[in-house]
Design a protein. Structure first.
Length: 91
């Protein structure tokens, strides 16, 4: 039996991890550090709202025009995405 979940909501977010616009000599933020920061923020949201935003985290490179400051190797960052099906959640 096949089920359809038409009300599933999805989100995605890409974040650069180099502060400011000085991307020369940028270094990637270690995955464990980014995961820890995300967990801390997700816990703060949970404490305030009762909703824990579960996410899938992947290392990423943001690519844009070199004239706008994009380094040849791209800007280091992370891509986050998640889904929520109201059938299985209270909120």
């Amino acid at each position: 039996m096949k089920q359809r979940f038409e009300k599933t909501e999805a989100w995605q977010l890409s974040l650069g991890t180099t502060p400011g616009y000085a991307l020369d000599g940028q270094r990637p933020l270690p995955e464990a550090d980014f995961a820890r920061l995300y967990q801390e923020e997700a816990e703060a949201v949970f404490a305030e709202t009762g909703v824990f935003v579960t996410a899938v985290m992947q290392p990423a490179r943001m690519l844009y025009r070199s004239e706008w400051g994009c380094p040849p190797e791209g800007e280091f960052g992370y891509a986050l995405h998640g889904v929520r099906n109201p059938r299985f959640t209270e909120r």
